[in-house]
Design a protein around this ligand. Sequence first.
Ligand SMILES: [Zn+2]
Length: 158
Amino acid sequence: MLRRKCKNDEEIVAVIAHELGHWKLNHTMYSFIAMQILTFLQFGGYTLVRNSTDLFRSFGFDTQPVLIGLIQFQHAIIPIQHLVSFGFNLVRRSFEFQADAFAKKLGYGAALRAGLVKLQEENLSAMNADPWYSAYHYSHPPLVERLSAIDESEKKED
Ligand SMILES: [Zn+2]
C-alpha cells in the first residue's frame, strides 16, 4: 500500500514537473501573447471592412449595424481561423513535447510515462488517433506519440 502510494506521489510530481516545464519555457507567456495578437488582428481586420457597403448589401442589409458587420466578418474569416488554429495546435503540441522533455531531464521520465498512461485510462480518450486527425483537432499529442518521444530521448541518452 505504502509502496503504491509512493509511486503515485512520484507520478504526481512528474506531472507537476511537466507543468513547471511549461512555465520555465515561457509557454504560457507565448500563448498569451499569441492570443492577444490574434484578437488584435481580428478586430483590426474588421475595422478595415466595417464601412464596406458591399459587406452589408451582400447579406441584404441596407443599414450598417456594427454587430451584424462583426458577425459577418467573423463568418467570412472562418477558413483563415481553421488554418490559424491548425498552426496553433502544431505549436501547442511541440510545447507538450518540450514540457515532457523538461520533466524527463529532471529525472521523472519513467514516472511521467506511468502518470500519462494513468491519466489516459481515467480520461478514456483516444489512445492512438490518426496522425492527421490528431494534428488538426488535438492541442495535445496522443499518448502513443508522447510515450514514443519520451522513449526516443531515453535511447539517445544511452
Ligand atoms: Zn502540458
